[in-house]
Write a protein that binds this ligand. Structure first.
Ligand code: ZN
Length: 77
């Protein structure tokens, strides 16, 4: 039963992939067949770019927090 469990979305066809069908390549989950046919279209994930976007998200959160503090008058000039 567990083998039929939904694991993740296939990077190629965006359909659910179950454990029995999945291949994990280049940091993504694919159907075995999808990877064979279209896998070449997905280059390895660029870890530097992933880091950059994580940092951008953190900046955004910090900016939001700052805005909240400014709005409530807790930030002094
Ligand atoms: Zn697929």
């Amino acid at each position: 039963m567990d083998d039929e469990k939904f694991i993740d979305m296939c990077a190629v066809c965006k359909q659910g992939v179950t454990k029995t069908m999945m291949v994990y390549k280049r940091g993504r989950v694919f159907h075995e067949r999808c990877f064979e046919t279209k896998g070449d279209l997905f280059p390895p994930i660029n870890h530097e770019a992933a880091k950059e976007s994580a940092r951008a998200r953190i900046d955004l959160v910090q900016m939001k927090n700052l805005k909240v503090r400014t709005d409530t008058g807790l930030v002094e000039d």
